[in-house]
Write a protein that binds this ligand. Sequence first.
Ligand SMILES: [Fe+2]
Length: 327
Amino acid sequence: MDFSITRIARTVLHVTDLDVSRKYYVDGLGLIETESDENHIYLRGLEEHSHHSLVLKKGDKPVVEALGYKVDKEEDLEKLEELFKSEGLKTKWIPKGEQHAMGRALRVTDIHGIPLEFFAEMDTVERMLQRYDLYRGAKIQRIDHVNCAVPDVQKAYDFYVNKLGFRCSEYTDTSDGDLWAAWLYRKPTVHDQAFMSGPGPRLHHFAFSLTDRLSLLDCCDVLASMGYADSIERGPGRHGLSNAFFLYLRDPDGHRIELYTGDYLTIDSDMKPKRWDLDDPLRQTFWGHEAPDRWFNEASTFIDIETGKEIEYVEPKLTQRKPVIAN
Ligand SMILES: [Fe+2]
């Protein structure tokens, strides 16, 4: 392919009360507030030089507007437009400046209707990596990945790998050989984008990378002290898949966040994808403990790039013995 997607770069979420969200994300989790206005808060991690990696937009309902990928060059956007059009998928340009701190952006829907966004340009700001005086909460460093529930993981895998140039680090299949979940990457870590079988398309979670496990535990203490103990949904724990140490949280609107640290490099071109059996209990949690039901059943709804209406989700193609979603 003659374009290059660099990495997952931002998530655009709708939240119902910006002040309530600010308290959670900034005071609780420790994200840096780059800027805000009456309808938006732009947040970034301590090592990020990009203006933001999370946009909280005031809305009536807590939905997901877009998953944003950075591309290498401006010309890549035309090539992506051509690809998505040739697949019969929706495309829409957002001119430079229409979104704060952003160059022009190409919004598209993927093979399942997930609203993706591609852009080459975002304003840059001061990197806070060595502003240790600003470290708090989970000391979040950067965006790491997004994970979506889709009804047909094989279809998503084929599109992202064969058409968009993603590579696979790990995957889960059933004893019949059906692909159940896949961890796909562009940056050289375990993933930028995960897919798992489930009613979808829906955003199961988006994840931030931390420097270490202690930061994750510190965050639990801070959240509990602030009265947010109920927002801790699953973990802390160690994933089998990806090897990462994890914690899952629900923000005040119910969007799921993962704090994540300790996966591995995937840059070698001869690295083989690691297979997991759907029945292997160590896949989800290396220590063997189970996730709560709501972690399996609840996820955030996407909205359409043109109408703004909620995208209805459909049941998965594969029969569910038990809903299985991992990291
Ligand atoms: Fe994850």
